[in-house]
Each structure stands twice: as structure tokens, then as C-alpha cells.
Design a protein around this ligand. Structure first.
Ligand code: AG3
Length: 288
């Protein structure tokens, strides 16, 4: 399980013995935070690796393959995203992408585990400067709240244009973030027109959790979209679910606004390719 000293490798084991691994040079840090076991490794070819409870959160080389598709499709499909909420995302990569959008007046990030923020700030080259400003309260367009996203969303009287959930998997501590009740409070806190996106796990390995989330979202949002993307470090293809409130067509994005984003993986000119999926997956969703 996890780090294999002899092989000098870290392997994440998914259900049914499916593994995704990296050769590592050394283990840089390891701790038990209030919520989870956190490990950081120096890999041979992908920079540093962040692991929570044995699951790969990111590798520095290629982390954009996740953060870009989690953020930009919804930001560019929304006509004018000014208020954005990020739940989770303690490494700062998601917020970094959100703040590339000039339309954003204020972004709030609610992360439950300050241990993740701190370790990411110290060890990772993902969003160091941003985390530094956030921790000092010096980022003019964003704030960091250390707290429970479920509770925050239930109790907040703010309204958002876009809500982004950058959580761990729909199993374990983040399970509540994939419940109908949570989707209802998100729907309520979106402005009249709004978009919600969540990472939704591996389509092949967490199929039941994905379908449960898809069905629950369909009961709440006006429209629900599924798409997948190959993310470096996760069992491919990785899935994402988008919930729409009001009249927004998630199949269309504003490609002009994308020009300044400096993208590596997500291609707004080919937005429609996000929706291509293996027949097996399409059949599953149609039957869901
Ligand atoms: N958020 C976690 C994605 C889930 C990864 N799951 C897994 N490897 N089983 C990523 C945090 C990056 N901001």
C-alpha cells in the first residue's frame, strides 16, 4: 500500500487492484493532519507529488491537466463570472486558475484542512505566491476560509456565479460533497444563472459513486453535463460533472476571453471534444 521502499515507488491502489504509480527519489514530508494522512514525495520525472490518505492529489508536472479543465470550461461558459466559490483545493491550483479571469471580483476558497494549505505552501510549486498572499490576507480578490464547505454553503448568505468543488474522492470524508442535500444548498446559493462543477472520480473505477452523483445532480439542477479528461496522475479518463442553474449553455464557451489564459491542456476552440466518451460510458449515463 502506498510507498514501496524497495521499489522506490509510490502507488495509489484503486478498487479491484488497479494501480497508478510514480518512481520516487525521496519522501519529503509525512504527517497526520486533523483530517487525513498527508505525504509529499519528490518523484523521478513529475516534480513533487501530494498524497492524501493514500490517494494522488497532484504532481507538479502536469497539474494543469486537472486545474485547467476544472476551472476554465465553466468560467468561459458563464457570461460574466464575478463571484466564485472554491470548496477544497487547499493546494491553491484551482484558485490560481480562477483568478486568471479578469471578470472575477471576489473568489472565496473554503478548505477544511489547514494542514494541506500549509504543506502546499512549504513544499509545492503550484501556487506558492498566491498561498502566501492568502495566508497573510493580502490577496485583494480572494479570501481563504479554513472550514467545512458543507456547513459554509448551508449557512452563507452570499450568492455565487460559479461554484467549484475540488475535493478528494466521493468515498470517505468528502462523501457529503456528493449528496443531494449538498447539491440543493449549492443550487440555492447560485445566482439566477450559475454553474456548479465537481470532480467526480474515475469513470471506470468509481462507476457507482459517479452514477449516484449524476442522478442526485439531475434531481437538483436544471441541466447536468458529464465530461471526462485524461489527467496526469489519476486513473484515466477522469470525470467531471457540471450542474446548470438557469439559462446557460455549457456546450458553448467564450473563446475570446480564453486568449489571455495561457492554457496548456484545455482547448476552448475544441470545447466540444470534452463531451466525447467511450460508448460504454455513454450507455451507462443514458441508463442512469
Ligand atoms: N483533488 C483531488 C482529485 C481526486 C484524486 N483522486 C484520486 N487520485 N483517487 C485534487 C486536488 C488538486 N487541487
Amino acid at each position: 500500500m502506498g510507498y514501496n521502499e524497495q521499489e522506490r515507488a509510490f502507488i495509489e491502489w484503486y478498487p479491484r487492484g488497479y494501480g497508478v504509480g510514480f518512481k520516487v527519489r525521496e519522501r519529503l514530508f509525512e504527517t497526520q493532519t486533523k483530517y487525513q494522512r498527508l505525504e509529499i514525495y519528490e518523484t523521478e520525472g513529475f516534480g513533487k507529488l501530494l498524497v492524501l490518505d493514500g490517494t494522488v492529489q497532484l504532481v507538479e508536472v502536469g497539474e494543469e491537466s486537472y486545474h485547467e479543465v476544472l476551472v476554465h470550461p465553466v468560467m468561459l461558459a458563464h457570461p460574466n463570472p464575478r463571484r466564485v466559490l472554491v470548496i477544497g483545493g487547499g493546494d491553491g491550483g484551482t484558485l490560481r486558475e480562477v483568478l486568471k479571469h479578469g471578470t472575477v471580483e471576489k473568489a472565496t476558497m473554503v478548505e477544511i484542512d489547514d494542514g494541506v494549505v500549509e504543506a502546499s505552501y512549504i513544499y509545492l510549486d503550484v501556487a506558492k505566491d498566491l498561498l502566501d498572499r492568502l495566508l497573510k490576507g493580502e490577496e485583494p480578490r480572494a479570501e481563504l476560509i479554513i472550514g467545512d464547505g458543507v456547513k459554509y454553503l448551508r449557512e452563507s448568505d452570499e450568492r455565487f456565479d460559479v461554484i467549484i468543488v475540488d475535493s478528494t474522492d466521493p468515498v470517505g470524508p468528502a462523501k457529503l460533497l456528493f449528496s443531494e442535500e449538498f447539491y440543493r444548498s449549492a443550487y440555492e446559493k447560485l445566482n439566477e444563472k450559475g454553474l456548479y462543477i465537481t470532480q467526480a472520480g474515475s469513470v471506470y473505477l468509481f462507476t457507482n459513486e459517479l452514477l449516484d452523483a449524476y442522478r442526485a445532480m439531475k434531481r437538483v439542477f436544471d441541466r447536468v453535463y458529464y465530461f471526462s479528461f485524461p489527467v496526469i496522475g489519476y486513473a484515466s479518463p477522469w470525470s467531471f460533472l457540471v450542474g446548470v442553474k438557469g439559462d446557460i449553455d455549457f456546450r458553448k464557451v467564450d473563446t475570446r476571453r480564453a486568449e489571455k489564459l495561457g492554457l496548456y491542456y484545455y482547448d476552448p476552440e475544441r470545447h466540444e471534444t470534452l463531451f466525447q466518451m467511450p460508448k460504454y460510458v455513454r450507455d451507462l449515463l443514458e441508463r442512469a
